[in-house]
Design a protein around this ligand. Structure first.
Ligand SMILES: C[S@@+](CC[C@H](N)C(=O)[O-])C[C@H]1O[C@@H](n2cnc3c(N)ncnc32)[C@H](O)[C@@H]1O
Length: 246
């Protein structure tokens, strides 16, 4: 088994050294790992889970080929992730999630469907982007339904903030895209404002009738959670931005 990463713990710093408090976009949730997920973690983890390391990832070695690379941040239980990976076999998907049952759930799907173009890093995606991925290395980024952090005092935990989007844009190749989706309108508005303000990005949605949002790209499936929300009359907003040249 791979060593578990512990994004919320301050590693082996000596007790008298204050660990810098970072605002994280997640909290460690207690969650039961099912027997099937545990089995997948044990049997498929060594092949599909890459250890986090603060060093550049050899992407070609990790996937065993050279292909367009998409980073997914916060895949939850991996329903959309597995669907998209099967739909786009010519692309590789590096997928970050901190919640262990979710990692087990995606591994289970990988096993069930014989998926070969997914690798998982069970670690804070911000650190993965910062340390493991080189500038200009990504063809795409997927961030679907990131935690909305409804309460005002928690807004600082939202992933889509200017410094993070600048980091994201720097990791994209020119022409690479970032695709976000949310069902929380105030967060959709924040995403639109923050992504629009990033000089390296331009909005791929140019239809004035859509107000800056994008039609749902065909590859993103309607998950069970989203279908339920839509039935209840809730909205969903997709945003697709592309990195400018140069
Ligand atoms: C609301 S869930 C959405 C899951 C999934 N994308 C979906 O559409 O169902 C957000 C997920 O993002 C994960 N997450 C939040 N911040 C993260 C980070 N910085 N790195 C990796 N995963 C993160 C959380 O653990 C959680 O599972």
């Amino acid at each position: 088994m791979l060593p578990p990463s512990s994004p919320t713990t301050p590693s082996a710093a000596p007790p008298d050294v204050a660990y810098p408090k970072t605002v994280r976009s997640f909290v460690r949730r207690a969650g039961r790992t099912t027997t099937g997920q545990a089995k997948a973690l044990q049997t498929l983890g060594p092949r599909y889970v890459l250890p986090y390391a603060p060093a550049a990832l050899d992407v070609e070695a990790a996937f065993g080929r050279r292909a367009p690379l998409v980073l997914e941040i916060g895949f939850g239980m991996g329903e959309a992730t597995a669907h998209i990976a099967r739909l786009r076999p010519h692309d590789d998907f590096l997928c970050c999630e901190v919640h262990e049952p979710g990692v087990g759930a995606l591994l289970k799907r990988i096993g069930e469907h014989g998926i070969t173009n997914i690798r998982i890093v069970q670690h804070d995606a911000v650190e993965v982007l910062t340390h493991m991925l080189a500038p200009g290395s990504l063809d795409g980024v997927h961030i679907f339904f990131p935690d909305p952090w409804h309460k005002k005092r928690h807004h600082k935990r939202r992933l889509i903030q200017p410094p993070f989007v600048a980091l994201l844009a720097s990791r994209l190749k020119p022409g690479g895209y970032v695709h976000c989706a949310t069902d929380w309108q105030p967060y959709a508005e924040q995403m639109l404002a923050v992504l629009s303000a990033e000089p390296l990005l331009r909005n791929a949605s140019t239809d004035p009738a859509l107000g800056g949002y994008a039609p749902r790209p065909d590859y993103r499936p309607l998950t069970k959670f989203e279908q339920r929300g839509l039935r209840l009359g809730h909205g969903v907003w997709d945003l697709v931005f592309v990195r400018r040249d140069g």
